[in-house]
Structure formats: structure tokens, C-alpha cells
Design a protein around this ligand. Sequence first.
Ligand code: 13P
Ligand code: SF4
Length: 401
Amino acid sequence: MSTETFVEPEPTPLALLLLGKGADPDSERGVECPGDLPAPSDPDLVARAHAAKEALGDKVFVLGHHYQRDEVIAFADVSGDSFKLARDAAARPDAPYIVFCGVHFMAESADILTNDDQAVLLPDLAAGCSMADMAAIAQVEDAWDVLVDAGVADLTVPVTYMNSTAAIKAFVGRHGGTVCTSSNAKRALEWAFEQGEKILFLPDEHLGRNTAVLQLGLTLEDCVVYNPHRPGGGLAPEELRAAKVILWQGHCSVHGRFTLEAVEEVRAKVPGINILVHPECRHEVVRTAEYVGSTEYIIKTIEAAEPGSAWAIGTELNLVRRLALAHPDKQIVFLEKNVCFCSTMNRIDLPHLVWTLENLVEGRVVNRIEVDSEVARWARVALDRMLALPGVQSAPARAQD
Ligand code: 13P
Ligand code: SF4
């Protein structure tokens, strides 16, 4: 038998991240969780959250994205999709603290859109977004150089989905482009085609393709996919010159999971069922769906649905579960056999929220998201262009074939 003493291995950076501690400087998410969190098993968590919120009163404004856990949404002053939350954050200039229950890029946008004397807090800095991580600013700058070399940069308007870092929003602002969300992508692309001949769409290839083809009437051949991991994006200069839309190769790890097979399976099981999906889903899924739109649109569609109607929904599971509970008179199923939570959205839980609120009560601002002022200035230009788009508040159109 060995007499060697067992030495506990040092946790790897990834293991620390999963435990909510440590840092990953290469990631879109912050990433560090200082301090001691309350135990998830603490039976007083709900009472502590109520007490802290009451003590803070109007000083705190809690925003919750629709994909947040029920235990967190229960304490949100407003809930919404990323577009609604960006507007709501800007609409409360009197609140010194904005606690953002969502992901890192959303908190960055809130910081950019709020006053300098307002602090935006993200209860867990590890709440990032895998899609936003798929486009780093250095890669986007390299891609622009590729467009310059192909002689098309002057004709190209960059459009970035809200789900991107502030640095990329700033890049887009500096190059005459705009931000969009899933509820205004059609209008943003129309606007971009009024400004130039081509669009560089970042970082979600599915939203870009679905909007260009199903809402603007372009063809699949009008779109090319730029792979940031290959020289020249994996595209020849002639391909860049011929394309109308250059799609960044990125996707959402949640919405990318819904498949045509899952649609066919549920249609076979429940004849007449309506397929309702988010436009971050793959093209073949969105093309076959009866309804497609942002999370806000999905909620409104279910609210307006006839009692007794059947729906298979392709979006994040927290939202689908809440919709099913809120509408027992409608048959609502999840469009996927496997569990599909957004793991990073789920990082924000009641212990992190309580920790954040109680620190504020003690006068300590934790996990503040502060965007560099020069980045914020240009990102704001791009965000303001989006907020000024005419008709952006209207509901997105139904998917068309
Ligand atoms: P919306 O909130 O714009 O619907 O986007 C969904 C999403 O994936 C947010 O991360
Ligand atoms: Fe990112 Fe997708 Fe999660 Fe939204 S649902 S935060 S796009 S990984």
C-alpha cells in the first residue's frame, strides 16, 4: 500500500468558474464572484430578498429577462426581452442601482443607456452568453480588414445583434451601423440597406439569415458565412463581392438545438399543433414554423391564442414552463425532448440576488458592470440608431415562406 499523502488537486480555472468563483479574462463574461453567497438551502432566502428590496425601496430597480429562473423573476420590477429591458433600464434615471437579472451583454447595454451616476449590477459575473463569446472584437477587426482587401468595406454596413459585447457595438457605431434585437431585426436590416449595399451581420448567423431570407425576401445564395477561425473567413474575395449579407458564423447554444426532426415528431403526435419559435433557431426550423418572433412576441402570441389550441414552443425552457403554467387552458409543449435551459442565464439564482441586494443595503456595490467610456460612447451611437428606427416597437411579422 502506498504511503504517499493524497494532495487535493488545485481546481482548474474551468472548475472554479462552474463553482461561481475564479476568472476567465478571455470570455465575454466578467468573470468572478467575490464574497460569500448565502447557501441555496437557506430557508430564509425569500424573506431575506423581500427584506432587502423593501429596505432599498425606490433606490433599486430590478430587471429580469424572460429566461430567468422563477425564483428570480419573482423579484423583478419588470421582466422583458432584451429590447424591452434596454428601454426600461433607460426609463428609470432616478434609481441609483439597477440590478440586472440577465446576462453580461444586457447589463453592459443597460450601463451604456443609463446615467453615469447609476450603477448596473449583474448578480453573477459568470452569467455570460456563449453566442456573444463567438465574436471577439479582434476577430471582427480582422474581418473588416478582409472586407477592405476585397474592396467591399465601403459598401458594407455592420449590424450587430444585441447579444454581443459592448466593444463590438462600439465597432458598429464607428462604422455607421446599428444594433438590432430579435424584435426589430427586419427594420434594422431594411435601414442598413438604405445606407449601403451589403450587410455584415454579427454574431448570430441564424437571426441574420432568417431575417434576410424570410422577412426581406433575399435568397440563401445572397448570404455567405464568414468563419472567423479560417483565413479570410474561409471566403474568396469574389464571394464577398457577390454577397448581399455576410453572416458571422455564430449561434445560440440553446436555440440552435431545436431540429426539424423534433418539429416532425411533435406534428405527428399532435396533429394541428402550432410551431412557435424564436428567430435564433436554425433556418429549416424557422422556415417550417407557423409563428416566429422574439420572446416578447412568443408571450403575446400565447396570450392571444384560442383556449384549447396546441403549441410547441422553441425557446428557453424557463419561459416555456412559465407559459404552460400560466395557460392551463392551452396545450403547451416544449419543442425538444432534451432539457434546454440557458446555463448562463441560470447562473443568476436567488442566493446571488440576495447577496447583491444585501450588499447594497450595507452600502456596498458588488459586481458593477462599467463599460469603458470611449467604448460606451460609440456603442451608444449604435444603440441610439436602433432606438430611433421607425416602427421598431411593432410586433415582428409572422414567418413567411
Ligand atoms: P430576446 O430577448 O431578444 O428575445 O433574445 C433572446 C435571447 O437569446 C436573449 O439572450
Ligand atoms: Fe446567449 Fe442563447 Fe443564452 Fe440568449 S439564450 S443568453 S443567446 S446562449
